[in-house]
Design a protein around this ligand. Structure first.
Ligand code: SF4
Length: 472
């Protein structure tokens, strides 16, 4: 029944295979010989199977766990260096016809204000986001064919890309909208989106159907097979994720890796990113009513083992997590974070009044982008506003093969330096500028290839003189 090459949801995410994976993992969680073998394989930095990774996940041996965390940090460092990519979500509309029980935008919620931005409002939001320094957005919208048809999404993407305010520009629009048809994915691809993001929420079919009692999202197979259709539509960067807290985390963990294996088996390229949101309080949602909540320690272990299992896949956390938790997770594997986020429809240009709150969830990190950038640099990270791979056609399989060979540093590191310099010149506070300039000197010094170093120095001079969007 289990077949990663199948295009049927219930075969590539086989319930039986997930259950036997959990059983195997639990049976072997004290098997030191096996655990060491898996760790040795992981050290080759070519990844692990869902079964191997699941066994590491549930292991309770302190020594092995310490090794897992150390290896996750090492792999993070080898593949991503100290770069952290920054982005912001932009909610276009919270009209939704689905009945998801964990989301306040569900159709039965009659008291949350329903909003849908006009193109003029989107323009104002984007200018506000550009003025913060953002270059990469993730647009979000509820599912509603009347209020938010694909034409509205496409028009909004066009609007976003068209706005050039001062030195600002949104250079990559990632899209998080409901599962749709190959034809619509083709349209999104033609609109030049970056990553298509769709969270599975939960891979357990029975739980999925219970948590999505009404609306088109109720269809488990249609939702789970969405990434296959996206890839058939020409989108080669897809982002997957689950909402931790809905189901047993061991189930979600095994299944998300099976999803990654399926995409690799069928399309030759795994997911571009994996997101790891945890359920949060929202308008009419009480996270305590979901019994599978995970504590911080388990959450960190999940991130660390995903990092080891799919070393070349980016990992994202949002402002659902607080500053301290984000700090720990950055070390263990996260490569992208949001900053200065609003989870309401609008709110960047003009803050919402309290009685008009349209947020999807409460955020736990409400610092400004400038504060987040400064904080990252003080922790010795290199904040990156780079979107160059996308602009240079390094997507999908091409991106993955550069990444697997660990060649990505040669592009990403110089590009991160240059885009950070743009940020410092155009948007940073005096304090952030000061921290940033010290960091830039150190980062330039660390470029080993003399030609690249020289070229970066020349480009930084061009940026100082007003040129923008120079890339490797
Ligand atoms: S999760 Fe998405 S589909 Fe479900 S109610 Fe919320 S906005 Fe609608």
């Amino acid at each position: 029944m289990y077949n990663p090459k199948s295009t049927k949801a219930e075969e590539f995410i086989s319930h039986q295979e997930v259950l036997s994976t959990i059983e195997f993992a639990e049976k072997n969680k004290g098997n030191k010989v096996l655990l060491q073998e898996i760790l040795e394989k992981a050290k080759l930095k070519k990844g692990l199977t869902h079964k191997e990774a699941s066994t590491l996940l549930v292991c309770e041996d302190k020594g092995i766990n310490k090794e897992i965390f150390t290896l996750a940090k090492k792999i993070k460092e080898d593949f991503y260096g100290n770069r952290i990519v920054l982005f912001a979500p932009l909610y276009l509309s919270n009209y939704c016809i689905n009945g998801c029980t964990y989301c306040p935008y569900h159709a039965k919620n009659k008291h949350i204000p329903r909003k849908k931005m006009t193109q003029e409002e989107i323009r104002n939001e984007v200018i506000a986001l550009q003025d913060m320094g953002h270059k990469r957005l993730a647009i979000e919208s509820g599912e509603d064919p009347i209020n938010n048809p694909i034409e509205y999404i496409l028009e909004s993407i066009d609007t976003i890309y068209s706005i050039k305010h001062k030195n600002g520009a949104i250079r990559r629009v990632n899209v998080n909208i409901a599962a749709t048809t190959v034809e619509n994915y083709k349209k999104l691809h033609e609109a030049k989106i970056g990553t298509y993001i769709l969270f599975q929420e939960t891979y357990n079919k029975e739980s999925y159907e219970r948590l999505h009692p009404t609306g088109p999202k109720h269809n488990y197979a249609y939702h789970t097979e969405a990434m296959d259709r996206a890839m058939q539509g020409g989108i080669d960067d897809v982002g997957i994720g689950v909402l931790f807290g809905l189901e047993d985390y061991r189930y979600e963990f095994a299944a998300i890796l099976m999803h990654a294996e399926h995409l690799e088996a069928v399309f030759g390229v795994g997911p571009h990113t994996i997101s790891v949101p945890r359920i949060r309080k929202a308008d009419d949602i009480d996270p305590n009513t979901f019994s599978n909540a995970i504590d911080d320690e388990t959450f960190k272990k999940i991130v660390a083992v995903i990092r080891i299992a799919v070393p070349y896949t980016g990992m994202i956390i949002s402002t659902r997590e607080n500053k301290d938790c984000r700090k720990d997770l950055l070390e263990l594997g996260i490569s992208q974070i949001s900053g200065g986020s609003k989870t309401s429809v609008g709110g960047y240009y003009k803050p919402e009044k309290e009685d008009e709150d349209s947020s999807q969830f409460e955020i736990n990190d409400d610092r400004t982008l400038d504060e987040v950038v400064n904080w990252l640099m003080e922790l010795n990270y290199l904040p990156s506003f780079c979107t160059a791979c996308y602009g240079s056609g390094r997507t999908g399989e091409r991106f993955m093969s550069i990444c697997k060979d660990q060649q990505i540093h040669n592009f990403c590191h110089p590009n991160a330096i240059m885009t950070l310099n743009e940020y410092l010149l155009d948007y940073a506070s005096e304090k952030t500028k000061e921290t940033g300039h010290k960091l830039l000197l150190k980062e330039i010094d660390s470029i080993k290839d003399e030609k690249i170093r020289f070229s970066v120095i020349q480009n930084l001079d061009k940026i100082l003189k007003g040129e923008r969007n120079i890339k490797f």
